[in-house]
Design a protein around this ligand. Structure first.
Ligand code: HSE
Length: 345
């Protein structure tokens, strides 16, 4: 099928997806009958551009690399804000990749609602709206006969939500436990090698793993958001932010790390939730000292991992990147191809 795409936000993740779309354009067309044109981009810092016939995305990437504003693009309509771009362009699919605010979900929540109400598909890596209103937004998409995908909100491009929805379908999933934040796992890995906490955090920021405000990572808020999402979407139980017990890694000392090593154990920041016998859910984000034979203990660097408790297979663990430009960009491709599968049949 043919799609007209519009980017709302054009930071590293949007640029990562653009690189993939350009490099794989022929393969996507031949193998999956997925054809696209990017018709609009609106970014609060970089400006905006709209051409109903499609933009030259190689040129756009070069411009962004050179620090130029999108308004300097040689043709097209300029100056459209996010909501105007969503409502008034001929785009049929909105790629929502603005910054994440997990507390309010805004402005992404309004962008996504507006797009779904306008009968447009949405793919997004934005955690905020999913933490706040995953179920409502999915219902809105369904009632408007459009697609809303957000594979990248947990474990970036490492498939989790599509894995559960398709390949693990037929299982009852009663809980999960995982390393859901790359920054803290990176810091703990470096601390085991003797690097002080502050230096390790600085490195994680330099490598682009941390959120704009890294407090969200080290205090466990980012992992908490992911626990809420997984509980609502995978366990299909209502859980809100306040229901989750939380502690980050800021109180773990170099001495704690050394002692764990002597015991043959490793500290990991674990996010977990289990359905209880009365149907309620117990959820927690807490540092845990894992024995080395736990599959999650061997997962180092900024890698994430998630173990699902299933009735047919027992524990199923998926391990892979949880952050990064191409990795998160790829999660949007997972959604676009899944949308194409659904709409193309
Ligand atoms: N700051 C997040 C992390 C990015 O470190 O995992 C991906 O959600």
């Amino acid at each position: 099928m043919n799609y007209k795409l519009a980017f709302i936000g054009f930071g590293v993740v949007g640029q990562g997806l653009t690189e993939i779309l350009l490099e794989k354009e022929d393969m996507l067309a031949e193998k999956y009958d997925f054809h696209y044109a990017v018709v609009a981009i609106s970014d609060i810092m970089k400006g905006s551009v709209y051409d109903e016939n499609g933009l030259d995305m190689e040129k756009i990437l070069d411009m962004v690399k050179d620090g130029k504003k999108l308004d300097e693009y040689p043709s097209g309509v300029k100056g459209m804000d996010a909501l105007t771009t969503i409502k008034e362009t001929n785009a049929d699919t909105i790629i929502e990749v603005t910054f994440t605010d997990v507390k309010t979900g805004e402005p992404a929540l309004t962008h996504i609602k507006t797009a779904l109400d306008a009968g447009k598909n949405v793919v997004s890596t934005n955690k905020g709206p999913v933490v706040k209103q995953a179920v409502d937004l999915l219902e809105k998409a369904k009632s408007n006969n459009v697609y809303y995908g957000f594979e990248g909100v947990v474990l970036s491009g490492t498939p989790v939500l599509n894995l559960v929805k398709h390949t693990l379908a037929g299982n009852k999933i009663s809980g999960f436990k995982g390393i859901l934040n790359g920054t803290t796992n990176y810091i703990l890995t470096r601390m085991e090698e003797g690097m002080p906490y502050d230096d390790a955090l600085k490195k994680a920021q330099e490598l682009g793993y941390a959120e704009a405000d890294p407090t969200g990572d080290v205090e466990g808020l980012d992992a908490l958001g992911k626990v809420v999402i997984l509980t609502n979407v995978v366990l299909e139980r209502k859980l809100s932010w306040e229901d989750v017990e939380r502690k980050g890694i800021t109180e773990i000392t170099e001495d704690d790390i050394k002692k764990a090593k002597e015991e043959g154990k490793r500290w990991k920041l674990i996010g977990r939730a289990e359905v209880q016998s009365d149907g309620s859910v117990k959820a927690k984000v807490w540092p845990e000292k894992l024995p080395l034979n736990d599959p999650l203990a061997g997962v180092g660097e900024a890698i994430n991992a998630l173990t699902f408790n299933t009735d047919e297979l027992g524990s199923v663990t998926i391990v892979g990147p949880g952050a990064g430009k191409r990795e998160t960009g790829f999660s949007l491709l997972i959604d676009l191809l899944e949308m194409n599968r659904k709409l193309g049949t």
